[in-house]
Each structure stands twice: as structure tokens, then as C-alpha cells.
Ligand binder design. Sequence first.
Ligand SMILES: Cc1ncc(COP(=O)(O)O)c(C=O)c1O
Length: 399
Amino acid sequence: MKRKNAGGCCLPPIEIPLIDLRKQHRALQPKIYAALRHVFDSSVFVMGPNVRSFEEEMARFCRVKHAVGVASGTDALLLSLAAVGIKPGDDVLVPSFTYTATAAAVCHMGARPVFVDSLPDGFNLDPADAERRITPNTRAIIPVHLYGEAAPMDDILALADRHNLRVIEDVAQAVGARFGDELLGSLGDVGCFSFYPTKNLAGCGDGGMIVTDDDEIADKVRLLRQQADASVFGGEKYTHPAVGYNSRLDELQAAVLRVKLPHLESWNRLRQLHANQYRRRLRESGLGLPARGKDDRHVYCLYTVRCSERDALRQHLRGRGIGTEIYYPLPLHLQQAYQHLGHREGDLPVAERLSRESLSIPVYPELTADQVDRVADAILEFLGSRVKPEVEETVTHEL
Ligand SMILES: Cc1ncc(COP(=O)(O)O)c(C=O)c1O
């Protein structure tokens, strides 16, 4: 049955949603239910064996010394900033074109997010612009590996070295992605993951993790996530050497995530295959397509195209039963939440343009090749229907 939208016209049901976890869960249902039953049988719901094992498995996967589970990706950022000693009066470089959590975590420390523009030919933070914005108070930089693509970590690490900055990688959208041979999250001082259900490693609720090779950072996060209770390190219970947080990954989430982790690489590979199919179908279309690094190390948490007629394209795809989303319609420097920083339109022109042009289309692993073709067909139909498509300069990176 067709549904009427606000304008009165009929919309077909969404047949190809942007994200759909049902197939993944159907395939894994016996294992997930068994894992959950085990938790219920033990009735250990907090800081139990699944969290410990999942931490070990993630540390092995990322090839780092420590992985510490926390309640969300936002908390991973917050506790990392606290652990590296960010405090009121400090400046932290963050991209403007990202999810608000990246900058909100900085504000919650009482520090100031300093917004950085995006690369002229990509979506990630521009290290040259970051360097221009360094102040005597700058203490850290948070590169976000947006949509599953590595930020330019060689330049970012060199910049951090030159200016003595801590590097906190926001890997919320890029679990399993690489920079060179290194897993993202393992390059900076600390990496912050999210297991929110839209991510490549999707929990059944909120969850997050920090990974690091730094013993001190790991121990601080272990302490802070449990109200900084001295008993975490063998001290007296209910004595608190610091002001902490309640931010633990719970056993039920860890049990589900342990079932899923062994599948992550094959799911990421499927995302890459879909991305290759989109590329083959759309390379001549004039759309801006996502960059593809050597060996396809991008893990396509989102497949995001750029189109100067983005809103019309979105409407067209909706009319063909295809779900899309805009990540993100307003860059952070123009959001009300960060008004106190005094930015105006035009300050970060690349981020502003990305907000006007970006559209994410379905790329989840369980899509069929036929569904990917249907999305590509609908896009080509839209572009073909334009008398003279006013598509701005495209970004296509070939191998
Ligand atoms: C780039 C980025 N950073 C941080 C977060 C925050 O993660 P969470 O939703 O788990 O708190 C997200 C998740 O939406 C994200 O996409």
C-alpha cells in the first residue's frame, strides 16, 4: 500500500533501506540467543567474562596492548580526553564535518573544540587547515575516519609530533579499516570505537571501546569508567582517588559483539564489493564518488556520494523505494550548540559544501548485487532526466 506524504503525493514503501540489520541477525540468531541465554543463566550482567574476553579479542584484532569497553562511542571519546589530561582552557582540533559527539566530548571536558575544514577532495579533516588553527593552548587533535575511510594519518601524526599534540582517533565509523597495514585506532595515542547499531560492528544498543598501547591511558580509562573506584586496582572499595563516570560496556552487548566480531572482515569485504559495483556503474555519471585508497582499505560504513542537486536526488530515490540519509546536513561550526565559538557561514567552505551535497546510499553487507544495481539504476535515471545536469566538479580516485 502506498503512503501519503505531507505534500499529498504517494510514496512507495521503502524496499531498500539505508541500513537493515534483520538479515544479519537472522543468520546469527542461534548463536546470539545462545550467548544471551548464557549471560542470563549466569546472571552476571556487569564487568563479567564476556566483557573481558571481548576486550582481549578486540585488542588482538587491532593489534594493540589494551582494549577497554565503555558504554558508547561518545564515552570512549570523553574518557580518552580525560585520560590524556584535557582540561578547561585547552584547545582540541576537530573536524567540523562530523557527528556532534566528537566535539561535544571536548566541550564536556571544559575545553574548546577548534573546528577544522575538510580536505578539498575528500570528506576527512585537512591537516594543513588544522595546522593553521593551532594556538598556544592546543593540546590534542581528533581525526575522524569518516564513513569508514582513513583520515590522512601520516600528515596528522607528523603535525602532532611537530606541535606535541595527543592524537585521539575517532574510529566510530571505521572498525576494521586500515591505514597502510595498520588498523585504524592503533595509530594515535588512543582509538575510540562505537558499537551503535548503524556501525560496521553493530551492537544491539549502545556500546563503545578504547584501544591503546599506552598503559597509563588504559589504566586511567579502566578507573574512570567505574566511578574511579579504588577497588578497580585492588584498593579499598568505595574510596575514590578521582571523580569518575559510570561508563561500562555491559555483558549482554559484549556477548552479542563477540558473536559478530569474527564476521567483521567478511562483512567489510562485502561492503567493498558493493562500493566497487557502485563505482563501476556510476563512474561516468558525473556524481562525486567516495575515494578509494590503495587495496580498498575503506570499509564503507557509509557510501556517500556528492551531488549538487542532492535534495532532488534524495527525493527521487525515496520515490523509488530507496532509503538514504544525509550525514550531515549542517557542519558543526554552524550548529547552535557551538555558536559560542563565533563562527559564521563561509568560515569553513569545504565542510559547508559537503553538508549541501552529501548523500549516503545503501551499502550494508547483506544487500544483493541486484539491489545495488537497482539503486545505481535509480541514480542514473535521475541524472539522465536532468536536461543539463549541474553536477559540480567530481571527486573520483582511481587505483
Ligand atoms: C564519528 C562519530 N563519532 C562518535 C560517535 C558516537 O558514538 P556513540 O553513538 O556510540 O556514542 C558516532 C556515532 O554515531 C560517530 O559517528
